[in-house]
Design a protein around this ligand. Structure first.
Ligand SMILES: [Zn+2]
Ligand SMILES: [Zn+2]
Length: 333
């Protein structure tokens, strides 16, 4: 219902006879008729592929240590070392949380389904998946300096009933075709695609930085205290046990996001995404091709990180217009 804070895309309501209900349909938003697996919040401004429990776990893994840091370590650093250090920590934390929200809660680049399906076609669909062969397009492959053209498959999605772009793929978790799909992140409970890849990258990069910085400041607290008191390390740990525990947590917690950030820097420099890289491993090394590699690492990275953000094709927050309405919900195949 319009105005609710949580709504699951579940297709349009059936035939309506009541004039009041009929008039309320004019105020439906696009997310209320979204057929894929997504739960929408705040009138379609945030979304998640189901209940976002894993996102809350990730948020808690960031927020709880940060709260302990501000409670036990930051005051000592502020008063005895420099106020600038907790301020820088706060900025990195803000960057990390905002990136988390944007990557986990925004439209990753969902391609709209074909909603104008004829009745006769519906009967064909019920008989089974369409047997449509993939198309291929020839792309310029100058970087390999070969006569042999490179073909990119343009596949037809029998669920969304669209010809999807070359780098798009249908995600089973989201039940939608995602433009430039990198992977479906189980932790963020959202696909990582054309519209939120840079936020995802910013998140893992800022999370790595946050963990390193927290570990460094907490170790600084312990060892600076020991130096000032001319005491032993064990006495300093007993005096600041929370800081010491946060330092260990920061070191251990930085390993996974750092490895992930380096992996994605590697992928971006090659002009590939995760799916393309993993799929290329199945092919003989001599046969591997990277059609989106410009042969310039800086340009490859800038293309992903600095290119204008693509528009949302589904615009879940927008008021649905007459042509956007599905007259019937196609069955999944
Ligand atoms: Zn699809
Ligand atoms: Zn997905």
């Amino acid at each position: 219902m319009p105005g609710s804070t949580e709504e699951r895309g579940s297709g349009p309501p059936g035939p309506v006879q009541n004039p009041e209900i009929e008039s309320s349909r004019h105020h439906l938003r696009n997310y209320q008729m979204f057929p894929g697996h997504a739960t929408f919040y705040l009138k379609g401004h945030f979304q998640s592929a189901g209940k976002p429990f894993s996102v809350l776990v990730v948020f808690a893994a960031i927020a709880v240590p940060a709260g302990l840091f501000f409670g036990f370590t930051a005051p000592w650093i502020w008063n005895n070392i420099s106020p600038s250090l907790p301020i820088v920590f706060s900025y990195i934390l803000l960057l990390c949380v905002m990136s988390l929200v944007r990557s986990a809660g925004s439209d990753p680049g969902i391609l709209p389904r074909n909603i104008h399906i004829e009745t006769s076609d519906t009967e064909k669909r019920e008989a089974g998946p369409l047997n449509i062969a993939p198309l291929s397009v020839t792309v310029n492959c100058r970087q390999y300096d070969e006569d042999r053209p490179l073909y990119l498959p343009i596949n037809y999605c029998t669920v969304c009933r669209i010809w999807r772009p070359a780098r798009a793929i249908h995600c089973r978790d989201c039940d939608s075709c995602i433009d430039f799909m990198d992977h479906h992140c189980a932790w963020l409970n959202n696909c990582i695609g054309a519209r939120n890849y840079r936020y995802f990258f910013c998140f893992i990069l800022s999370l790595s930085l946050l963990e390193y910085f927290m570990a460094a400041l907490c170790f600084l607290h312990v060892f600076a205290w020991r130096h000032r008191k001319s005491s032993t390390t064990s006495a300093a740990v007993r005096c600041a046990p929370v800081s010491f525990a946060l330092a260990i947590y920061g070191v251990l917690g930085s390993i996974y996001p750092t490895a992930l950030a380096l992996y994605h820097i590697f992928l971006m420099s090659r002009g590939e995404n995760t799916r393309e890289f993993l799929r290329s491993r199945r092919v003989n090394k001599l046969e591997r091709r990277r059609p989106y590699d410009t042969r310039n690492i800086r340009r490859n990275v800038l293309y992903v990180v600095c290119a204008p953000r693509r528009i949302s094709y589904i615009r879940p927050w927008a008021i649905a217009e007459e042509g956007d309405r599905r007259l019937e919900k196609p069955s999944s195949q």
